[in-house]
Ligand binder design. Structure first.
Ligand SMILES: O=C(O)[C@H](O)COP(=O)(O)O
Ligand SMILES: [Mn+2]
Ligand SMILES: [Mn+2]
Length: 551
């Protein structure tokens, strides 16, 4: 990797460049439910009033998703910001691989199918049960079930993780009923496919970044060992839990197995095959480790079946996890982090556990490691393990403590951080908590601006996608959806809205046009913009910077 060339047009600044990713903070489309606009963000407003600012696209094709109906998400957003270009992402790549038939010609698929045909074992699917297209899509699951049947697999068991986070908060049955119908039409004398176990995605299996391994342990017990409360069907489980725990939303539904005569119908046994059908890696790596690792100390697996395991994609490009995968991930290369390390730029990346991998792993194109141990520091502040509506301020103050010290220390040229509040609290759907999270974060933005003033640096405020800017469900005509009790129906998923890009440069030297920024760009333009603010020429194929340097 070549070093970046110095940019003669840049006049330099005394202090570091600080890139702030306000996760899930966009510009709302509707007044009702825009918790960002509804919050008192005095510091953000004051910074904005003094600074050039624009809106950036953060959804759909602007971040490599199949269509502009797809909301943005953290993976594609951080990939785009960190890599400076837009790559076709997992959602699109898996669909293409299914359509072209390449998935079913690949060695991983051949392995899982031939394994169960040889052993007479069961083919299991585990994954997120929705069409959210953030971690998975039900169409992919259905295509694989059809193909497995065609190729002679006899028994299929499906382990479903209810969503309610990338789709409507209580939409589980909208997916479950049609899927059971689909299974009915596929099932025959020689083909037996059934839902065997499951639970809410924020309760079992889909933990990320080691935040709460007990979730994965519960998932393992449920899917593999069959140790969970027994029901006659998944629908019965959903209805029972909803009755027993009023107000529960899908992502939190408790674990269940489907059982007959007191026996779970789909435990995972020696000789079986398992496909984890999520294409996104952060919430796939832990359950994959439980299946794949010989030495494993995160919880007691009790029994580790000898299975042929495949992930939908390669989840970690450094560590090559999982060993077997159905579709190759986007070939993200020459990331900004790699260039900066080759150029000698001293970097700090920091967030709390829930978003730590976003500013490291996702930002670096889905690679866990550093590019240069000497030049880069990665800091994780431990997240609380509580429902975030109970602690909406999360760790934004602690992150800021470290960042303000880092700004003052003179140790870094580039600091990037992620404040998770707008996203993690946004996903809870609790409006008051979201407002609190925004106001808590705003206090920290004020502290950052002060530190940047003193150090003579530059602060760039942006986001990876919207979420807290769109907290109510709306009908097609724009009116709010209300529940039976008269309160607005909460929207827990991300939004399609654009995100801010605010450039706070207190020691502006006239080296770029600060009256007019380039308009109509997407968040992939953040990379070239940061490279220019660090005094270098961006690689030619990076997307256009947001500023125009004067020559
Ligand atoms: O994994 C999650 O929490 C959601 O599916 C998406 O949120 P993120 O893309 O902001 O992480
Ligand atoms: Mn995000
Ligand atoms: Mn999110």
């Amino acid at each position: 990797m070549e070093a970046l060339k110095k940019n003669p047009a840049w006049k330099g600044r005394r202090g570091p460049l600080v890139l702030v990713i306000m996760d899930g903070v966009g510009y709302g489309k509707y007044k009702d439910g825009d918790a960002v606009a509804d919050s008192k963000m005095y510091h953000l407003e004051a910074i904005k009033a003094k600074s050039p600012h624009t809106k950036l696209k953060a959804h759909g094709t602007a971040v490599g998703l199949p269509s502009d109906a797809d909301m943005g998400n953290s993976e594609v957003g951080h990939n785009a910001m960190g890599c400076g270009r837009v790559f076709n992402q997992g959602a699109a790549l898996v669909s293409q691989s299914i359509e072209s038939g390449n998935m079913f010609k690949g060695q991983a698929w051949i392995d899982v199918i031939s394994n169960v045909k040889k052993t007479g074992g069961t083919l299991h699917f585990i994954g997120l049960f929705s069409d959210g297209n953030v971690h998975s899509h039900l169409d992919h699951l259905k295509a694989m079930i059809r193909e497995a049947k065609k190729e002679g697999a006899a028994k299929v068991r499906i382990h479903i993780l209810f969503d309610g986070r990338d789709v409507g908060e209580t939409s589980a049955l909208d997916y479950l009923d049609p899927f059971e119908e689909f299974l009915k039409t596929e099932n025959s004398g020689s083909f037996d496919a059934r839902i065997a176990s499951g639970g809410g995605r924020m309760w079992i299996t889909m933990d990320r970044y080691g935040a709460d391994w007990s979730m994965v342990e519960r998932g393992w017990k449920t899917h593999v060992l069959g140790e969970a409360r027994q029901f006659g069907s998944a629908r019965e489980a959903v209805e029972t839990y909803r009755k027993e725990i009023p107000g529960i939303i899908d992502q939190d539904l408790k674990e269940f197995t489907v059982a007959e005569n007191g026996k779970p119908i789909g435990t995972i046994e020696d000789g079986d095959s398992v496909i984890y059908f999520n294409f996104r890696g952060d919430r796939a790596l832990e359950i994959t480790a439980a299946f794949e690792e010989d030495k494993f100390d995160k919880f007691d697996r009790q029994r580790r079946p000898d299975v042929c395991y495949a992930g939908m994609m390669e989840y970690d490009g450094d560590m090559h996890v999982p060993k077997r995968y159905l579709v190759s991930p986007p070939a993200i290369d020459r990331t900004m982090g790699e260039y900066l390390a080759a150029t000698g730029v001293r970097t700090l990346a920091i967030s709390e556990t829930q978003k730590y991998g976003h500013v490291t792993y996702f930002f670096n194109g889905n690679r866990t490691g550093k590019f240069d141990e000497k030049l880069e520091d990665y800091v994780e502040i431990k997240s609380d393990v509580v429902p975030f509506e109970q602690r909406p301020w999360m760790k934004c103050a602690e992150i800021t403590d470290t960042v303000t010290q880092a700004i003052t220390s003179g140790k870094y040229d580039f600091i990037r951080l992620n404040y998770p509040n707008g996203d993690m609290v946004g996903h809870t759907g609790v409006y008051q908590a979201v407002v609190c999270s925004m106001e808590g974060m705003d206090i920290q933005l004020g502290r950052l601006a002060k530190a940047v003033d003193a150090a003579g640096g530059i602060l760039v405020l942006t986001a990876d996608h919207g979420n807290s800017d769109d907290m109510f469900e709306h009908k097609k005509d724009g009116s709010v959806v209300y529940k039976d009790d008269g309160s607005p129906k909460a929207k827990t998923s991300h939004s399609l809205n654009p995100v801010p890009c605010i450039i706070y440069d207190p020691e502006f030297k006239g080296d770029y046009d600060n009256t007019e920024l380039n308009e109509g760009l997407g968040i992939s333009s953040i990379a070239a913009t940061c490279i220019e603010f660090l005094g270098y020429l961006p690689p030619e194929d990076y997307d256009t910077p947001i500023i125009n340097l004067k020559n």
